[in-house]
Design a protein around this ligand. Structure first.
Ligand code: ADP
Length: 680
C-alpha cells in the first residue's frame, strides 16, 4: 500500500496547488479584463467609424445641396430680360423653399443692389445694423466669384440680433453673365444654423450634434439637442467651398452608462461573471475534495497500520476464487510474498496431499454456502513445506452497494495452541502414570512384605529337608533330591533378595553397591535364562572379554536388568518367521569419556537379538511406563531398567542389530581396587 504523505511534502504540495490556483485566477481575470476592454474598444471603433461615415456623407450632402441652391439661384436669371417683379416672385418662392437662405440680392457689376428679397420665416436680419455693414463680405465673395468666374463664398460672420442673440451668416456670390460679359451678381445670404438644420439635421440621429467650426475649433453654428453624456465621439470633416473653408463637426453623445455599451460587451461581461462564479464553485469543490482526500488518506493510513499490526492473517477472494488481497501477517504465516499469493484460484499454501479436498471446499464456498460462524480448523503448508494447523473464519465480502463481491477470511496460526494442548495432555498422562507407578510401588512394597514370610518358610523347609536327607544313607535319587532342594532354597533366597531390592528401590533407599564379577552376574541369571531359551528355541551366545574388571553395582538389580533385557530379546524372536534365534550377551570394557573420567572405567553389557526390530513409533515410547505391545506385558520393565542403570551413573540405550534385530546396551562403573576389597 501507498506510504502516507509526510507533513512537509503535503504542505509543499498545498502551497504549489494554491499558487497554481492563484495564477489561474489571475490569468483568467486578465484575459477577461482584456476581452471586456477589447470589446469596448471594438464597440467604440464601430461608433467612431459610423460617425466618420456620417460626417463624410453630411459634407457631401451639404456640398450637393449648396450646388443645387446655386443652380436654383442661377435659374432666377434664366429668362432674358429679367423683370424685376417676376424676379421678386421667383426669389420669394426660392426663399420659401429654402429656409437656409435669409436674403437674395440682385446686384449690378458695381455691387449696387438692384433688387432684394428677405425670407419670410424670420425678421429681416440686417435691419438692426444695416446691410452696408456686410458690404466688405459681399465684396470679398463677389471678388472671389469674378476671379473664379463661378459662384464663390465669403468667410462667415456674425450678425447681432435683438435680445443679445445673433446669427452666423455667410455670403454667396453668383456672377451673372450674358454672352460671356458680366452683367451683375446674385448675392445670397445663408444662415449657417439653418444650413445645418435644413440640409443636414434631418438625416442625423437623436444622439448626434452637428456644428460648423473654424479650423482652430471656434464654433460657428450648431444644431442638436446639446445633450451631455459621459462619453463623446467626434468626427470632423473639412467643407471646402470656393472662398470659404469650414470644418463640419459631428458629435455623438453617449448618455447611457458605458459599462455595457453593447451586447458583445455585455455578453463578455456576463461570461466573465459566469466564469468567475464557476471558478469560485470549482475552488470550493476543490477544497471539499482536498479535505475528503485528506480524510481518505488518513483513513487509509489507519487501515494500513491496523492491517500491518494484526497478527491475524487476512485474505480476500473474489467470486471466482481468485485471491485479491492478503495482509502482511498472512504472508508471514505462510512464508510466501503477496505477489506469489495474489491471483490464482489454487493456493500455494495448500498441502499437496490435501489440495483436492481444499479445491472442493472452495467450490462449495463459491456456490454460496456459508461456512460456520465459529470457524473451522484446517492445515496449511509453509513455503518450506512444513505444515501447520490454522483456524479459518470466513465471511461474505459485501461491498458498499450491499452486493457480495467475494469472501473474506481470517486465519489464526494455532500451532502454539496445539503444542500447549499436547504438552498438557502429555503432562496429564505423566501424572496418571506417576499415580499408577505410586500404586505399583505400594503394591510391590506390600507384596515384598507379604512374600517374605512364605519365601523364608520355603527356604527353611528346603534347608530342613536337605538336613534330613543328609542324615540318612543316601541313594542316587536322594542325591538328586538334595540337589533340587538346594536349588529351591537358593532360588527362595534369591527371590527374597529380589524382593528386598525392589522394596529398597521403591522406598528409594540407598542401595547396597558391591564389586561384582560380570561372570558372576551372568552365572546367576543363566539358569533362568536358559530355561526360557530352551522353551523358545533360542541359542544363547555369551561373549565375555578376558580379564574383565569387577563392576560396582547393586548386584540383584543389575541381574534383574539383564534378566529383563534377555527376556524381551527372546520374546522379540518368538516369531514363526525367525529361524535363527540367537541371543548374544556380551560384556566388554567401554571406552571412557570426558564426562566420567573420574571413574576407573566402564563395563558395557549388551543384549542383542535377531528379532523384528523396533519401529520408530514404538521407539518413541519405549521407556514410557506402562507402554507395552504385549497382551500380558506390564510395560514397566525398560522404564525400571533405565532408572536402575542411571542410578548407577551409567546409561541404557538401544539400536538396530545388523542385519536384523535390536541391541540393548548399558554401562556400569568399574570398581576400584579398594572398592573391590570391601563392600561400600
Ligand atoms: P513389557 O516387556 O512388559 O512389554 P518392557 O518395558 O520391557 O515391557 O518393554 C516395552 C516394549 O518394548 C515391549 O512391549 C516391546 O514391544 C518392546 N521391546 C522391548 N525389547 C525389545 C526387543 N529386544 N525387540 C523388540 N521390541 C522390544
Amino acid at each position: 500500500m501507498r506510504r502516507a504523505l509526510l507533513p512537509g511534502r503535503r504542505s509543499t504540495f498545498g502551497t504549489r496547488r494554491w499558487f497554481l490556483w492563484a495564477l489561474l485566477v489571475v490569468l483568467i481575470a486578465a484575459v477577461l479584463t482584456m476581452l471586456v476592454w477589447l470589446a469596448g474598444r471594438y464597440e467604440e471603433s464601430q461608433v467612431q467609424d459610423r460617425l466618420d461615415r456620417d460626417a463624410t456623407d453630411a459634407v457631401s450632402d451639404l456640398r450637393s445641396a449648396l450646388v443645387r441652391n446655386v443652380e436654383s439661384l442661377q435659374a432666377l436669371h434664366s429668362r432674358n430680360p429679367v423683370h424685376r417683379d417676376r424676379w421678386a416672385l421667383d426669389a420669394a418662392g426660392l426663399l420659401h423653399e429654402h429656409r437656409e437662405l435669409l436674403r437674395i440680392e440682385w446686384r449690378d457689376t458695381a455691387l449696387v443692389t438692384l433688387a432684394q428679397f428677405d425670407t419670410g420665416f424670420r425678421a429681416p436680419v440686417f435691419d438692426r445694423l444695416g446691410r452696408n455693414n456686410a458690404q466688405p463680405d459681399v465684396l470679398l465673395a463677389c471678388t472671389n466669384a469674378r476671379r473664379a468666374s463661378g459662384p464663390a463664398y465669403a468667410p462667415s460672420y456674425f450678425v447681432p440680433q435683438n435680445e443679445g442673440l445673433g446669427l452666423e451668416v455667410m455670403e454667396l456670390c453668383v456672377p451673372l453673365t450674358t454672352g460671356g460679359a458680366l452683367t451683375g451678381y446674385l448675392v445670397a445670404t445663408y444662415s449657417l444654423n439653418d444650413v445645418l438644420t435644413e440640409l443636414i439635421g434631418k438625416q442625423l440621429g437623436r444622439g448626434q450634434d452637428v456644428s460648423f467650426t473654424e479650423a482652430d475649433g471656434t464654433r460657428l453654428a450648431f444644431h442638436g439637442v446639446s445633450r451631455r453624456g459621459n462619453r463623446a465621439f467626434t468626427a470632423s470633416q473639412l467643407l471646402d467651398l470656393p472662398g470659404l473653408t469650414m470644418v463640419l463637426r459631428l458629435d455623438s453623445w453617449r448618455v447611457t452608462p458605458d459599462l455595457f455599451p453593447n451586447v458583445l460587451t455585455a455578453m463578455v461581461v456576463a461570461m466573465t461573471i459566469a466564469l468567475a462564479s464557476v471558478l469560485v464553485l470549482l475552488a470550493r469543490d476543490m477544497r471539499k475534495r482536498q479535505r475528503a482526500e485528506q480524510r481518505l488518506a488518513e483513513a487509509l493510513a489507519f487501515r494500513k497500520a491496523m492491517e500491518d499490526s494484526l497478527v491475524t492473517g487476512l485474505r480476500a477472494r473474489d467470486l471466482h476464487g481468485h485471491t485479491t488481497y492478503v495482509n502482511p501477517a498472512f504472508c508471514q504465516m505462510v512464508g510466501f510474498s503477496a505477489r506469489e499469493l495474489l491471483g490464482p484460484a489454487a493456493a500455494p499454501y495448500w498441502p499437496t496431499e490435501l489440495a483436492g479436498e481444499y479445491q472442493q471446499r472452495q467450490a462449495i464456498r463459491l456456490r454460496g454456502n456459508s461456512p460456520p460462524r465459529e470457524g473451522f480448523e484446517s492445515v496449511f503448508m509453509r513455503k518450506d513445506g512444513s505444515r501447520f494447523p490454522v483456524l479459518i473464519i470466513e465471511a461474505p465480502l459485501i461491498d458498499a452497494y450491499g452486493v457480495q463481491t467475494g469472501w473474506m477470511s481470517a486465519f489464526l496460526d494455532i500451532s502454539e495452541q496445539r503444542r500447549v494442548e499436547e504438552m498438557s495432555r502429555a503432562s496429564q498422562e505423566r501424572l496418571q502414570a506417576t499415580a499408577r507407578l505410586a500404586t505399583v510401588g505400594e503394591m510391590a512394597s506390600l507384596l515384598s512384605h507379604e512374600l517374605n514370610q512364605p519365601l523364608a518358610a520355603i527356604s527353611s523347609y528346603a534347608t530342613g529337608s536337605i538336613n534330613m536327607l543328609q542324615d540318612r544313607k543316601q541313594s542316587e535319587s536322594d542325591l538328586h533330591l538334595e540337589e533340587a532342594m538346594r536349588q529351591i532354597a537358593e532360588q527362595a533366597q534369591r527371590a527374597g533378595k529380589v524382593i528386598k531390592s525392589v522394596h529398597d528401590f521403591v522406598r528409594r533407599r540407598e542401595h547396597a553397591r558391591e564389586a561384582v564379577d560380570p561372570q558372576a552376574v551372568l552365572d546367576a541369571i543363566m539358569p533362568l535364562v536358559s530355561l526360557q531359551a530352551r522353551k523358545l528355541g533360542v541359542r544363547i551366545d555369551l561373549r565375555l572379554e578376558d580379564h574383565l574388571p569387577q563392576a560396582l553395582c547393586d548386584r540383584t538389580m543389575v541381574e534383574q536388568v539383564l534378566l529383563n533385557l534377555t527376556r524381551n530379546a527372546m520374546q522379540a524372536m518368538d516369531q514363526p518367521t525367525i529361524v535363527d534365534r540367537a541371543l548374544v550377551v556380551q560384556v566388554k570394557r567401554a571406552a571412557s569419556n570426558e564426562r566420567t573420567s573420574h571413574i576407573h572405567g566402564w563395563l558395557e553389557f549388551s543384549v542383542a537379538d535377531a528379532g523384528l526390530g523396533i519401529t520408530p513409533e514404538v521407539a518413541n515410547q519405549l521407556f514410557t511406563p506402562f507402554f507395552t505391545t504385549k497382551s500380558e506385558g506390564m510395560g514397566l520393565g525398560l522404564s525400571l531398567c533405565r532408572t536402575v542403570i542411571e542410578q548407577h551413573g551409567g546409561f541404557l540405550e538401544f539400536g538396530p542389530n545388523l542385519p536384523q534385530g535390536t541391541v540393548f546396551r548399558f554401562t556400569l562403573p568399574v570398581a576400584s581396587a579398594s572398592q573391590a576389597a570391601k563392600r561400600i
